[in-house]
Design a binder for this molecule. Structure first.
Ligand code: ATP
Ligand code: SF4
Ligand code: MG
Length: 356
């Protein structure tokens, strides 16, 4: 890997569902780098390929999903980086849970209903640290529950005795059990009420600060990421369309889709005045529009947008952590002021290029 800081470096990843002419291109040529200790948010509407990316990177993708190209380099401390896309079952077993772990949206339903949670936590630890005694296992399980704000005497509880929020906390504790370097969280709190969601996310950030792991946090809710993430990547119809530091992306989105997405959600703590949304709906990936897939919904679309697909490129005059895939930012063109790094101050209530 060229960048020593990157713990996960995804390069040109493509994933299809099905093969041949009927294949759905759910992830197309995605490159994404997660630095050590970074919380990277991945945002985008439903069906944009976020979960597919998570399943592919962790090699949990099931048929008819097929990884059709790309690499995902994972930095290991005691040797060369491992390409997760080429790793064999033995390498994957060694890395899962202990180096890279995942919490999925429905994770709380993944707990075994007839097994006490203490036992479920101990099982994860024991599988990777077989030398520990049962009292050491118990100590670790209690400490883990403590990390996510659950009292140790809950070790003896069955999942049905816990609230949804507590069950999801247990899943997060499991994901952290072996102190992995990377935790991938796919909508980990979406099923929970806003207050519980907020509590869990605050705890998560506290844990990241203490333990130093990196997080790839997937959500359709951009406003959540503003409070949580260091940087944000936005996905549309299987492709990355913008990537920037979180605050920059929110204050001055350069892609018309990001601009619209920002207007689609209220801030967790804020009012709803910004909720103007994006006209139309995301495309059916079996029939993606030609050129820039966003063009039928984009109020700024140029003729070129209908037939040429823009690449994700570093923003002209911007820093290396700022890239966008949009013809408005190509070459000598001058993008509209609201889609630049220094947008004019706008009162609440934006629309996408006046298309709404
Ligand atoms: P959401 O926000 O709803 O979770 P997402 O961004 O995670 O959406 P994915 O679940 O990755 O999106 O799905 C991306 C696309 O891949 C979908 O639009 C769908 O067309 C296709 N897809 C997903 N799962 C399958 C499957 N098992 N078989 C065929 N196509 C699939
Ligand atoms: Fe809109 Fe064209 Fe930019 Fe796509 S490339 S977002 S259609 S202006
Ligand atoms: Mg998903």
């Amino acid at each position: 890997m060229s960048d020593q800081e990157a713990v996960l470096d995804i390069q040109g990843l493509s994933v299809d569902y099905g093969v041949g002419a009927d294949a759905v291109h759910a992830v197309v040529d995605v490159s994404l780098r997660l630095a050590r200790g970074e919380v990277l948010g991945l945002a985008g509407e439903s069906g944009s390929g976020k979960s597919t990316l998570a399943y592919a990177v962790t090699r949990l993708l099931r048929a008819p999903g097929v990884i059709t190209g790309g690499q995902a380099w994972f930095a290991v401390d005691d040797g060369p980086a491992v390409d997760l896309m080429a790793a064999d079952a033995h390498q994957l077993r060694k890395l899962r849970w202990s180096e890279i772990s995942v919490v999925f949206q429905s994770a709380m339903h993944a707990l075994n209903p007839v097994m006490r949670i203490g036992r479920q936590l101990s099982d994860v630890i024991r599988a990777h640290r077989p030398g520990l005694s049962s009292s050491e296992l118990k100590q670790r399980a209690v400490r883990l529950l403590g990390l996510v704000g659950i009292d140790g005497d809950r070790l003896g509880s069955y999942p049905h005795e816990l609230s949804g929020g507590m069950r999801q906390r247990v899943m997060i504790a499991m994901a952290l059990a072996l102190e992995p370097k990377v935790v991938i969280m796919d909508e980990p709190t979406t099923a929970l009420d806003v207050v519980t969601q907020r509590e869990i996310l605050e705890e998560l950030i506290g844990l990241r600060d203490r333990l130093g792991f990196s997080v790839l946090f997937i959500t359709h809710d951009l406003s959540l990421l503003i409070e949580l993430a260091d940087s944000i990547a936005v996905m549309y119809a299987g492709r990355l369309v913008e990537r920037a530091p979180a605050r920059t992306l929110f204050d001055s989105p350069c892609h018309p889709y990001t601009y619209g997405l920002r207007g689609s959600f209220p801030a967790l703590s804020g009012e709803r005045s910004r909720m103007t949304g994006i006209p139309g709906s995301p495309p059916d990936l079996r029939n993606v529009p030609s050129g820039c897939a966003f063009h039928p919904r984009c109020g700024y679309a140029l003729e070129q947008c209908r037939h040429d697909t823009p690449k994700l490129l570093q923003l002209a005059g911007g820093t290396a952590d700022r890239s966008v895939a949009c013809w408005l930012h190509d070459g000598d063109r001058t993008p509209p002021a609201e889609l630049t790094d220094h947008p004019p101050v706008v009162e609440a209530g934006n629309t996408v290029g006046g298309a709404a």
